[in-house]
Design a protein around this ligand. Structure first.
Ligand code: AHR
Length: 508
């Protein structure tokens, strides 16, 4: 058995974990909305047409914030189409996903649904085909109490109290040529700044996220961030990052190493934010909103076939990636990476939530079930709140095609400051060997009372087949179970971490 160690000290904190790092995303895309969260006529739909079984699964995940309504969709979207009497709302061609959008679910319906799920809406505005004027109008519609054109329109549409949307995205992936209204960094930076000014003049209490690069692989990455920040620094609060990973060559060790790429991406964007801060002699710090992350590649070929057959259909089954066990391991390592960067990553959205590259799948008229990636997300969201500790990990490493010195063991620790309980999240990336993991918890020992931490629970996700998936018929193929646990002596825990596994070690 290989050996690794983690040293924790309750005084060495990275920062408070912002619960919004356990956010997610629902776009008007595929069956995310229609056939996902909303399916009137389904036996489990409520009186408004929203599926209660899906809502239950969303609530179990504990998602504090949900980004909406896009994504690429938003860059051609007119928000006015999505309010007012449903029968008056237009059907529109969505040029992002070659679909027809019926606008049956709009701003009010989504806000009500999110509230019932215990989530806040993170609303993305269209800065592709539209600009500062519509950005101003929508904040007036959503947040102004009344007595103006758009706030009165909201009241007439049945909503006296403001929707009170606190968090707004200034467009989506504006660096990408696939985007409607794609812009250069300077064009976007100037427009984002002007939109931000107007939005904050309407409601100074809102927070704004400007678009960073749509991936660290974009040729403009770096320059884009610097230019956008240079233009909009004073009026924005967060800069966005997006990243999707894939394993097209069936190289599991190389795929699991991608969390190193993520960490590098975050550090580079933090450095750029701080460089602009320095240049501007500013006292304000821009933090990060990692508002799209996931694995995405399984459904690519299938989507091409769907568009060949049914371009402009409604609620096409697009981007329905079926996630396997190795995807869950990478999702776990990504969540660990966010905890390592808790001082700067304040928002993160698993893209997406239902059916579209999602942890939750549904069948029209049928059941709903958890994909493999549901589990590490649920565990991190449930147990990863509090203060992220600076976990010093000593582990053997491996080399793969793109990276040298990849740690076999990824680990992060979160302390609940109220009772000093600690949860350690850990991924073993070794394909064949278990690890004996020593966790130094001596700083948590209470010499006076002798009330020391004990291992209350070891939750584990493992499957012998990295390609194992969950389906409606076999929804528990990859599901959490009790891990082998271990012992604690002299303030040091010794835990067995099986080969290729995601682990949650709860010390109380
Ligand atoms: O999440 C799917 C798509 O990925 C989003 O619409 C877009 O922002 C990104 O390219």
């Amino acid at each position: 058995m290989k050996k690794a160690s983690v040293i924790l000290d309750k005084a060495y904190c990275i920062g408070k974990v912002d619960p919004r790092i356990y956010g997610s995303f629902i776009e008007h895309l595929g069956r995310a909305v229609y056939g996902g969260i909303y399916e009137p006529g389904h036996p489990l739909a409520d009186e408004k047409g929203f599926r209660k079984d899906v809502m239950d699964m969303v609530m179990k995940l504990g998602v504090p914030v949900i980004r909406y309504p896009g994504g690429n969709f938003v860059s051609g979207f007119n928000w006015e189409d999505s309010v007012g009497p449903v029968e008056m709302r237009p059907h529109r061609l969505d040029l992002a996903w070659y679909t027809t959008e019926t606008n049956e679910v709009g701003m009010h319906e989504f806000a009500d649904w999110a509230k019932r799920c215990g989530s806040e809406v993170m609303y993305a505005i269209n800065l592709g085909t539209r600009g500062p004027e519509q950005a101003r109008d929508i904040v007036e519609y959503a947040n102004h109490p009344g007595g103006s054109k758009f706030s009165d329109m909201r009241i007439k549409n049945g909503r006296k109290e403001p929707l009170d949307i606190r968090l707004w995205c200034l467009g989506n992936e504006m660096d990408g040529p696939w985007q409607m209204g794609h812009k250069t960094a300077l064009e976007y930076g100037r427009m984002a700044n002007e939109a931000a000014k107007l939005m904050k003049w309407v409601d100074p209490s809102i927070e704004l996220v400007a678009c960073g690069s749509s991936s660290s692989e974009m040729p403009t990455f770096g320059d884009w961030e610097y230019t956008v920040l240079n233009e909009a620094y004073d009026n924005i609060d967060y800069l966005s990052l997006h990243r999707y990973y894939a394993n097209p060559t069936n190289d599991t060790p190389g795929f699991l190493a991608r969390s190193m790429d993520l960490d590098e991406f975050i550090r580079t964007v933090v450095a750029t934010c701080d460089a602009v801060k320095g240049k501007k002699h500013s006292k304000k710090t821009i933090n990060l909103s990692f508002d799209e992350w996931n694995v995405w590649y399984h459904s690519n070929e299938q989507d091409k076939e769907i568009w060949k057959r049914d371009k402009w259909g409604r609620a096409l089954p697009l981007l329905e990636d079926v996630y396997n066990f190795e995807d869950a391991l990478l999702a776990g390592s990504i969540l660990i990476t966010f905890l390592h960067n808790a001082d700067r990553v304040k928002i993160a959205c698993l893209a997406q939530l239902v059916n579209v590259i999602a942890p939750i799948m549904t069948r029209n008229g049928g059941g709903c079930w958890a994909q493999t990636i549901y589990w590490p997300f649920l565990h991190a969201s449930r147990y990863g709140r509090g203060v992220s500790l600076n976990a010093i990990v000593d582990t053997p490493v491996y080399d793969c095609a793109d990276y040298d010195n990849v740690p076999y063991i990824d680990a992060a620790a979160v302390m609940n400051p109220e009772d000093e309980s600690v949860t350690v999240f850990c991924v073993n990336k070794d394909m064949s060997e278990d690890f004996e993991l020593e966790i130094d918890l001596r700083s948590f020992e209470k010499a006076d009372s002798g009330a020391n931490l004990r291992l209350a629970e070891h939750i584990m996700l493992h499957h012998d087949d990295v390609k194992a998936v969950n389906t409606e018929q076999a929804s528990d193929t990859v599901t959490p179970c009790a891990g082998p646990g271990g012992s604690i002596t002299g303030g040091k825990a010794c835990i067995r971490i099986p080969a290729l596994s995601w682990n949650v070690l709860r010390f109380c």
